[in-house]
Write a protein that binds this ligand. Structure first.
Ligand code: 5GP
Length: 188
């Protein structure tokens, strides 16, 4: 598996340090918001399936009460490009009047998150913010505010730490660039 990686972009140590920082920031930002009467927990909404590794580390770096739910979005795009998006698995939680943070692996064109924010805003949460491990700003097509970003990365196709190619590589502990011939071959 490691032989398929051209270059490591973010090491395991860099990820752990940054995730701890993000967890601290989120804890500070939401401590008062969730301490109301009655108290509520911060709802973390993970995007399946890429965000689950990041989410499981991030939630343990947060020291205020949190609750978890998951949402599934599918894009009709082919290969490594994302196209039109639709909901394939909905939340179980009613998010009305809740403080919600969407946890995503990577923001690329912004289409997925733009769709999701529109969908969730319509349910009247108390607040809605995005936390993404990776951001590829050069690829943005739809403007989107990402409040918490782990790392900005260049326009390269990456795998590992939850990110896949054809459902593989998610269990690599770092974020690496997949060797180009591996995904170019499949696309042809
Ligand atoms: P967007 O809608 O912002 O273009 O794309 C977001 C989704 O595209 C991510 O959730 C992820 O599934 C996929 N994606 C975008 N760039 C990459 C990448 O470099 N590697 C992997 N594995 N997936 C990516």
């Amino acid at each position: 598996m490691q032989n398929d990686i051209a270059e490591i972009l973010v090491t395991e140590e860099e990820i752990q340090t940054r995730v701890a920082e993000l967890g601290r920031r989120i804890s500070i930002d939401y401590r008062d918001k969730v301490a109301g009467d009655p108290p509520q927990s911060l709802l973390l909404v993970g995007l399946l399936r890429g965000a689950i590794v990041f989410l499981s580390d991030l939630m343990r770096a947060i020291d205020i009460p949190v609750q978890l739910d998951f949402i599934g979005i599918s894009s009709y795009g082919s290969g490594t490009e994302s196209g039109a998006v639709r909901l394939v698995m909905d939340l179980e939680t009613d998010i009305a009047a809740r403080h919600v943070v969407i946890v995503e692996d990577i923001v690329d064109t912004g289409k997925t998150l733009s769709y999701l924010v529109g969908n969730l805003e319509a349910r009247n949460p108390a607040s809605l913010r995005i936390c993404a491990l990776l951001d590829k700003p050069d690829r943005r097509m739809v403007p989107i505010e990402v409040k918490y970003v782990g790392f900005e990365i260049p326009d390269k196709f990456v795998v590992g730490y939850g990110l896949d190619f054809a459902e593989g590589y998610r269990n690599l502990p770092f974020v690496g660039v997949l060797k180009e011939h591996l995904y170019k071959v499949v696309l042809m």
